[in-house]
Design a binder for this molecule. Sequence first.
Ligand code: S3P
Length: 443
Amino acid sequence: MSHAAQPLPMTSRRSAPLQGEALVPGDKSISHRALILGALSVGETRITGLLEGQDVLDTAKAMAAFGAQVERRGPGDWSVHGVGVGGFSEPAGVIDCGNSGTGVRLIMGAMATTPITATFTGDASLCRRPMARVTDPLAGFGARITAREGGRLPITIEGAAEPLPLTYRTPVPSAQIKSAILLAGLNAPGETVVIESEPTRDHSERMLAGFGAQIQAETTPDGHVIRLTGRPELRAQPVAVPRDPSSAAFPVAAALIVPGSQIRVPGVSRNPTRDGLYVTLLDMGADISFENIREEGGEPVADLVVRHGPLKGVEVPAERAASMIDEFPILSVIAAFAEGPTVMNGVAELRVKESDRIDAMARGLEANGVTVDETRDSMTVHGMGRVPGGGTAATHLDHRIAMSFLVLGLATESPVGIDDGGPIATSFPDFLPLMRGLGAELG
Ligand code: S3P
């Protein structure tokens, strides 16, 4: 559903030491994929720990519109009876993916090699985001695409009746592009190949293998190469969704910047393709330990113990960007409390997320007394160990910008405001009660 409600202004203020346990929600990337792969499988896929954020609920609704039987059995507990690869039926109405780039791009891929027609749309943020990066390769499979000016949503796709497999080098490192191509490749006979310059999050590959597809990945001098054999019979699987490292980043950041804090964040995925923020925080001198390392639902998982302490500015190399692409907004908040500059390189993709995240963070931090330099593809935050605060940040329908500024205000001298906290529900519906439970003053 598109976010059309009235803006919901919020404020956060300097808080006493944060303490306790933060049970963050299920991983958003894995939740979308569990619903989509469940819908493309034969049999019942039972999903536990599903993120019930609006982005994922929109994907659940879309899978029902394409013919899968999708049922909520209890909190986070969902059942999907799939229709099999190539079994999608034509939806009766427009598919509205709300705020979710992952939802719309993956679902466009999943239907593009089935001979049905579907029209996709989203909210104001999603309708501004580039889609040609996905529709161009889908046209290579034989799908016919009609898009608005600039390749934007709303978009209508006529799926290919006789799809051809594709070999494609992605123009930017993007798990969404890679995954859209792999999902389209499922119903194309022969081998579909994706080549990426840097490895991106690999949940699609892990889960496709788990559902019975033949898929291999290797790093070659030419890039990271993924090969998928088309027309498998996907077999329904139980999926236990681990907790989201990108959502965990908010309470972790809060504990790092609020003096005297110590919190525990159990069961967080430590998939190496999602781990860049944690590598960077350790570089900055953050006191984080990873306990009880284990495997859950095919993903490495750990309990995080985080304590406040001094932090120093660092340079984040461009090669690390893909493994922390959603964490730069919250890293820029942490960096504001460090001593010295933190330089983030190779981050041009941030300009085409739910908002232009470099611009949104730079303007909001400046409004709160922090100096920021930006180029097209880099951002430098000049940390001074303390942040005055007192400003209001514009969040541009972007959940991560909203949560980042609410975390900032927990350690600033004066309170920090945001113009709209509504979009937080897209990825972290219990953010406010969870943070308040740790002692954070916000709302
Ligand atoms: C995602 C991939 C990333 C990320 C998004 C989720 C995914 O986007 O920003 O929040 O689930 O595949 P890109 O792959 O386009 O960078």
